[in-house]
Design a protein around this ligand. Sequence first.
Ligand code: PLP
Ligand code: TYF
Length: 400
Amino acid sequence: VFGHIKLAPPDPILGTAEAFKKDSHADKVNLGVGAYRTDEAKPYVFKAVKEAEKRILADPTLNKEYLPMRGLDSFNSLSRELLLGKGCEAITENRIASIQCISGTGSLRVGAEFLKVHVNPPAVYVSSPTWGNHLSIFKKAGCIVREYPYWKPETRGIDIEGMLNTLNSAPIGAIVLLHVCAHNPTGVDPTPQQWDQIQRVINHKKLIPYFDSAYQGFASGDLDRDAYAVRKFVNEGSQCLVSQSFAKNMGLYGERIGALHIVCKNKITAEHVLSQAEIVVRQMYSNPPLHGALIASVILADPVLTQSWKTELKAISERIIQMRIRLLEELIKLKVPGDWTHITSQIGMFSYTGLTPQQCENMINKWHCYMLKNGRISMSGINSKNVSYVARAIKHSVDH
Ligand code: PLP
Ligand code: TYF
């Protein structure tokens, strides 16, 4: 029955984690998956998360009943307030359909399925490059996926003309997937002026923005600042979708907690949309898991705990920024040919190094520095102990 099934190729990102685990070399470095590591190269559990879990365990009123298909109501309202800010009109006017989802990926999958069934967009435009799963998720839902130019290798910045030109020729009603902040994999975000330009084309051509928020608070350490783009669109009247993940900013990777927010024109529409999104969920997995939603809502409902979480988040993003500075210093010290200032100008979890596939192979095979073949490194894998080793690996790979 199953004999004809071929072995699937490893996931290009998650596969690097497997390869790293198998490697027994003492100096190995994990620059693959975007998961935060401490300066000791250890996973990090937020103190605020531990405190929230303590309170959850101690609460005699809690039980393990099913959640509704839309998830935990307190989580849904607190998470959209975190994303869009207190006093956001779309929230006070009750015109957002919010649904707790299985982290960012699950939220994108529910959003994609919902769009296919109820909107049937002519195409979904994603940046070139983007997080690989974006393409697969929308294709899996039956959407036609197209790319808009984003990365300009010559400037190591955004190809804004290319992006605007492509969006200008997109059919009415097409979806445009946008990273809210800390673009994965390039680490390059539009400037406020570029967001103005993008918004103008989207509005003019009647396109539908779909924001992916996987790194709020991770880019600058400031949750409000990192939400600039999505707040601008929503506050200026956009009807749009947002997939929100708490994997990175609360370190809840394995708890699979996130949300899908669909911003509608009015309250009645939002009610209809929510009821249909719930049907999508019902047919996929019935209802979401409870624990992560409780953790996030306990943190977000208590101003003291929220503040302590924000302080930790700031420290984490600071460590990453420090590692960018240190890595650039080491590369300059070693006189590695070329301009490496993009290491510090790029933001968020990743650096798009510009290393060629062959140079990446050398990083992995000779130096045990696990990274993606497109040149992406996760900055959180770098620490004060291995930064000069990584710089030497880059030098050797460039000279190679
Ligand atoms: N979107 C982007 C841009 C990502 O980088 C990721 C990975 O963290 C996700 C979505 C989904 O992550 P998760 O499903 O762990 O929330
Ligand atoms: O790009 C990354 O490394 C993160 C983590 O299927 C990730 O977004 C990678 C692959 C995946 C889910 C999360």
